[in-house]
Design a protein. Structure first.
Length: 534
C-alpha cells in the first residue's frame, strides 16, 4: 500500500537529499535538477553537490507524488515559507481520498457549505456506503500532522468568511464561521485540498499579495486530481459530488486570477461528472434525454451550481450549453424556499435563469434550423419574467433594501432584452429593447461604487451593453462590468467581456448602429476565443 498507519515507524530521511531539505529537516524527493518539495513550497533548491549525482531508491518512488513542477513564475511568496500544508496539497492523484463527504458541499468560494440544514432539506442519506468500484491504483491519503490540518482549517475558515461577507448578495442565514467549521469536519480530502487552494488564492487577492504565483497550481491540480479519475466509472453519489464541486471551484479560481476562457476550459471538463451524478436522480430526467433545469436548481447544491455556471457561460460566450436542459418553469420556481442558494448568493431569480436557459436553447435550435418556438411559447416566458416578484427583507437597512431591489430588477429587465434579441431575433433598435436598456442603465447607476452589490450586475449589464446605443449608457454599463474581476469574479471574469463590447461598439455598433445578438457573438469570437472541446 502507498500509505502508512499511525503505528508504522517513520522512515529516515535519505542522506542524499538536497541541501535545502536537509537544512529544513524535511524529507526530500531527490528529483533533479531541483526537488519538487522545494519547488512546490517556494524554496530555492540548493542542489545535491554534497551527495553526488546519484538518487536513493525511494527517490524514484516519490517522484510520482508531486502534482507537477511549475514554471519559475510559479514560486510562492513568503506566505509559503512555513506552510507544510502545501505538501498536503501537492500529494499525487494516486492519493485521492475516497471518504464520504456531506451532501451539501460548497461549489465555489462564495457558495458556502449548507450542512447546518438551512439551505436544503435533508433529503439524501449520509450513510457512508463504500463505492462499488473503488480504484485499486489510488491508495489512501498519507497520515497528516494534525497541526498542519488545523492550520489549513483555520486559513480556510478565515479567508472564506472574508470572501463570503464580501460577495454574497444577501446575509447568510447562519454563522458562516460555524458552518465552515462543521463542514470541514465532515468534508473529504479532495474538497479539503481544493478549498485550501482557494483560501490561499483568496487571501492573496484580498491582501493584494503575489496571487499570480497560484495560476499554475489550478491547472496542475485539476489535471492530476480530477483528470486521473475521469476514466473511472464512479458509482458513489458523494464521490461524484465531491469531484463536481472541486471542478467548479477550480474554474472559479481561474476566473479570479486568470481569465474567463481558461476558467471555462476547466469548467466544461466537469460535464461528464455532472451527467454521472445526475444519472443517480431519475426525477431530473425528462423526455428527449433532457435534464429538468427547474428540478436541478432545487436539487443538490453541486448540480445546481454547475447548471448556473453552464447557463451563464453559454449566454456570455454565445455558445451552446454543455447540458441539454428542459426549461419548463414550475410552480415552485416563482416562490423558491427561503434557503435556496441561487438568489441569496448570486442575486439571480430562478425564473430569470430558466428564461435565460430557454433563450440559449432557442439560439442553438435556430442554428440547427430546428427551432420550434411559437408566439405562445415566447409569451409564456415573457409573462413569467414580468410577473416575477422579489423577496423583500424588511430587516435590511433601507439603503440596502433599495439596492438589492435595483440589482434584481436589473436582472429581470436584462432577461427580457435577451428574450427579445435571442429568441425573437429583434435588434437593438427595437422599441422594447431600447426602453429596457435605458432602465438597466438607470438601475445600475443607482448602485454605489465599491459596494458588494456591484459585482452582481455583471450579467445584466453585459446583456444591456450588447444593445446599448447611447454613449452615456455604454459608459455606465462598462464601468459596472469592469468590477467583476479578481476576488469579485463570481460568475466568469466580467472584466474580460468589456473588451468584447468595445470591439462591438467600435465595429458593428459604431455610431449607435442597430445590432443583433449574433453581432455580439462575432465580436466575442474575434476578441476572446474559447475552447469548446470537453
Amino acid at each position: 500500500m502507498g500509505y502508512s498507519s499511525p503505528s508504522d515507524p517513520v522512515p529516515n530521511r535519505s542522506s542524499k537529499g538536497c541541501l535545502t531539505c536537509k537544512q529544513r529537516k524535511k524529507k526530500c524527493g531527490e528529483e533533479k535538477p531541483a526537488c519538487e518539495r522545494c519547488v512546490l513550497g517556494g524554496f530555492d533548491c540548493l542542489g545535491y553537490v554534497h551527495s553526488g549525482a546519484t538518487r536513493g531508491k525511494r527517490g524514484t518512488k516519490e517522484v510520482t507524488r508531486g502534482i507537477g513542477t511549475p514554471s519559475p513564475s510559479m514560486t510562492q511568496d513568503s506566505l509559503a515559507t512555513n506552510s507544510p500544508a502545501l505538501d498536503f496539497l501537492s500529494n499525487s492523484t494516486e492519493q485521492t481520498d475516497w471518504s464520504v463527504a456531506p451532501i451539501d458541499l460548497s461549489s465555489g468560494p462564495f457558495s458556502l457549505p449548507e450542512h447546518v440544514g438551512l439551505w436544503q432539506d435533508e433529503q439524501y442519506s449520509l450513510v457512508t456506503t463504500a463505492p462499488l468500484c473503488e480504484p485499486k491504483s489510488i491508495p489512501m491519503n498519507p497520515q497528516l500532522d494534525p497541526f498542519d490540518l488545523e492550520n489549513m482549517k483555520q486559513l480556510i475558515i478565515t479567508q472564506y468568511s472574508r470572501l463570503a461577507h464580501r460577495v454574497a448578495f444577501r446575509p447568510f442565514p447562519y454563522q458562516v464561521e460555524l458552518g465552515l467549521t462543521n463542514y470541514l469536519v465532515r468534508g473529504s480530502h479532495l474538497i479539503y485540498k481544493t478549498l485550501y487552494l482557494g483560501a490561499r488564492i483568496s487571501q492573496a487577492l484580498l491582501d493584494d499579495t503575489n496571487w499570480q504565483s497560484y495560476i499554475g497550481w489550478i491547472d496542475t491540480f485539476h489535471n492530476r486530481i480530477l483528470g486521473t479519475e475521469s476514466s473511472l466509472i464512479e458509482v458513489n453519489v458523494n464521490h461524484l459530488a465531491d469531484r463536481l464541486a472541486a471542478n467548479c471551484n477550480l474554474a472559479v479560481y481561474a476566473f479570479m486570477i486568470s481569465n474567463s476562457s481558461i476558467g471555462y476550459t476547466i469548467f466544461r471538463k466537469g460535464a461528464p461528472i455532472f451527467l454521472q451524478l445526475a444519472a443517480k436522480f431519475s426525477e431530473l430526467w425528462k423526455g428527449d434525454s433532457a435534464i429538468s433545469l427547474s428540478q436541478t436548481l432545487h436539487a443538490r447544491h453541486e448540480l445546481s451550481k454547475f447548471a448556473l455556471m453552464d447557463t451563464v457561460s453559454a449566454l456570455a460566450f454565445g455558445i451552446a450549453p454543455l447540458i441539454h436542459y428542459d426549461t419548463t418553469i414550475c410552480v415552485e420556481d416563482h416562490q423558491p424556499g427561503q434557503f435556496q442558494f441561487l438568489e441569496p448568493v448570486y442575486a439571480c431569480p430562478i425564473v430569470v435563469l430558466i428564461t435565460l436557459a430557454r433563450v440559449n436553447a432557442s439560439r442553438v435550435s435556430q442554428l440547427m434550423d430546428r427551432d420550434d418556438i411559437t408566439p405562445k411559447g415566447i409569451e409564456e416566458y415573457e409573462v413569467a419574467v414580468r410577473n416575477w416578484k422579489p423577496r423583500v427583507d424588511y430587516g435590511d437597512q433601507p439603503s440596502q433594501l433599495i439596492t438589492r431591489l435595483a440589482v434584481q430588477e436589473a436582472w429581470r429587465q436584462a432577461a427580457l432584452i435577451y428574450l427579445y434579441m435571442g429568441m425573437c431575433e429583434a435588434n437593438s433598435a427595437d422599441d422594447r429593447v431600447e426602453s429596457l436598456v435605458r432602465q438597466v442603465a438607470q438601475l445600475a447607476s443607482t448602485v454605489e461604487n465599491g459596494t458588494p452589490f456591484e459585482i452582481h450586475l455583471f450579467i445584466p449589464c453585459l446583456i444591456a451593453g450588447v444593445a446599448a446605443r447611447k454613449e452615456k449608457h455604454r459608459t455606465i454599463l462598462r464601468k459596472k462590468i469592469q468590477v467583476s474581476q479578481k476576488a469579485e469574479a463570481c460568475l466568469l471574469r466580467g472584466a474580460d467581456f468589456s473588451f468584447v463590447l468595445d470591439h462591438l461598439w467600435h465595429g458593428a455598433a459604431a455610431g449607435g448602429n442597430p445590432v443583433t445578438w449574433d453581432d455580439y457573438v462575432n465580436s466575442r469570437c474575434l476578441t476572446m476565443p474559447v475552447s469548446i472541446d470537453v
